[in-house]
Design a protein around this ligand. Sequence first.
Ligand code: ZN
Length: 340
Amino acid sequence: MSKRLPTSTAGSLPKPSWLAEPETLWSPWKLNDEALIEGKQDALRVSLQEQQQAGIDIVSDGEQTRQHFVTTFIEHLSGVDFEKRKTVRIRNRYDASVPTVVGAVSRHKPVFVEDAKFLRRQTDKPIKWALPGPMTMIDTLYDDHYKSREKLAWEFAKALNQEAKELEAAGVDIIQFDEPAFNVFFDEVNDWGIAALERAIEGLKCETAVHICYGYGIKANTDWKKTLGSEWRQYEEVFPRLQKSNINIVSLECQNSHVPIELIELLRGKKVMLGAIDVATNTIETPEEVAATLRKALQFVDADKLYPCTNCGMAPLSRSVARGKLSALSAGAEIVRKEL
Ligand SMILES: [Zn+2]
């Protein structure tokens, strides 16, 4: 990026109410068949237009074509039975009914490649595409085949790598892997989680990012955060090994979070997508608040490596709040850009 402090979002943005129930995760579609395909594309156009109008520099599809950031990808793989469901504890936090791995997992067809080509045709701006990370994928399933989290993650990493290569060929500039599980399973992250992530990005020439957050602003997450104490030091466990990895960008949560900001120093040399927008509140940040967060981060990130961003996805927020937050992010970045 030639522009200083290029802005982007962590991923999902609200869907229009004619496409899916608003302000809800796993919201069922309101359209079917051909109308659904067209509706998703229209929603992608609207989401892109809203990002561009707000002055966001690195744009995305707003995840308009997927129901959920993990399950939609898994639905396209073989080896997973969506009828056979089990209740598991997700990220040690909440119970969910999830599909079962019943055989070897593999990717026989592209998942998001057509959507990415569609987005590419709509804009000349750099585009970022989010995929679930291998560790977060295994944490959203019941495994009745491999019986090893590491082995299953490795197989998912291979499937993700196939998808990522096709996304790159479709013109995606940054491929991001969402790994909220990296904030929970520290030993596994360091044992094999980051290695699996590196398998997923093997051979890519485009930029790569990993997004590690404290989750959407849903109740299970806000309750969990209350148990974390006054200082959230989870990043301290994984940043040192990530700093040595091949991944180019680390996307992290900062606004209104209890993460000690100096932990970012552990990533020195990497690009940092810095969450300067809180997704767990409807209060819209002022540009000055965003600027203050960015200024603090600049003590620990070189200016040419700082990418202002949101803490996490904004799918559960109302559209007007999300639009307000996008504009605040742009305006706040512009204040700091002028100071550099
Ligand atoms: Zn997130």
